[in-house]
Design a protein around this ligand. Structure first.
Ligand code: BTN
Length: 272
């Protein structure tokens, strides 16, 4: 069995989120290139209201991951983008990846009892394996943040073997899915609803600049630091000792020569 969104569950989702900041407008598309690209085209068209609009697809054939990676998105997963345009400042914007991770992790826990951990910058793991990735796409107008599209991809009602078997699979990290962890399928509608409600709550905190509260919650469930990691920062790949993440979301690492380096974007893998 594979629980997917159908028109009944979609109208229920729309009904339950009516009047909410996130999900007041939900688009559902069966097959799509990427919900991120679709969000962009809605922004270009100037649809109103823009803030809080959600795009969900049951399957993506050109799903995008971080660092220009392909994101394999078969049916049974939750592939969702959320457009935001209110309360965004350059200081708040990087925090969105952490509050999005918290929203997903807490929703998975609430719905399934599975404990999630967070891996910098925005992976969500269950039993050390990646179950969800988050992609933030930021558009600036001059030096002002105009929109942020939050892309959330959850490996839900399908086995991880579907991803490993794909010829486009190029991720280094190990992967798991809710199906593999639970042996049953979850309601994608229910999961989306929980995530959108929690996003609304955490955005409320962000707008009050309660950044430390958000970062402390993320750190409490992050994969441990103080270990050797491999960092990909642009074209550069180097080994370092991870020290932790500060309240701006920046990773601090110690290089072999003893100097401390700050990494704002990039990728971190644990050395085994
Ligand atoms: C990552 O590399 O870990 C981020 C993956 C983000 C995937 C999601 S699925 C919904 C949205 N649409 C996309 O094309 N990508 C994001």
């Amino acid at each position: 069995m594979c629980l997917v969104m159908n028109s009944d569950s979609l109208s229920l989702l729309r009904q339950e989120l009516k009047g909410h900041e996130f999900g007041n407008k939900v688009y559902f598309i069966n097959k799509i290139g990427s919900t991120q690209d679709h969000s962009r085209s809605l922004i270009k068209k100037g649809i109103k209201p823009l803030h809080g609009t959600v795009i969900i697809a049951s399957k993506q054939h050109c799903g995008r991951g971080r660092l220009s990676r392909r994101w394999i998105s078969p049916s049974g997963g939750l592939w969702m983008s959320i457009i935001t345009e209110r309360g965004l400042t350059p200081k708040r914007t990087p925090i969105i990846q952490f509050l999005s991770a918290l929203s997903v992790g807490e929703s998975i826990l609430e719905m399934t009892g599975l404990q999630c951990t967070y891996k910098w910058p925005n992976d969500i793991l269950v039993h050390g394996k990646k179950i969800c990735g988050i992609l933030l796409e930021v558009d600036f107008q001059g030096d002002k943040v105009k929109t942020v599209i939050i892309g959330i991809g959850i490996n839900a009602n399908f086995p991880a073997s579907k991803i490993y078997r794909s010829k486009n699979f190029a991720l280094r990290s190990e992967i798991t899915t809710l199906r593999d962890e639970l042996d049953y399928d979850v309601s994608l509608f229910g999961l989306a609803k929980l995530i959108l409600e929690k996003l609304e709550h955490y955005f409320g905190l962000l707008k009050k600049d309660e950044i430390k509260v958000i970062m402390d919650l993320w750190k409490a469930k992050s994969e441990p630091f103080d270990r050797m990691v491999s960092i990909k920062d642009g074209e550069e790949i180097f080994q370092a000792h991870s020290l932790g993440v500060n309240d701006e979301g920046i990773l601090k690492v110690e290089l072999p020569n003893g100097s401390v380096k700050e990494v704002m974007f990039g990728d971190m893998n644990f050395n085994v």
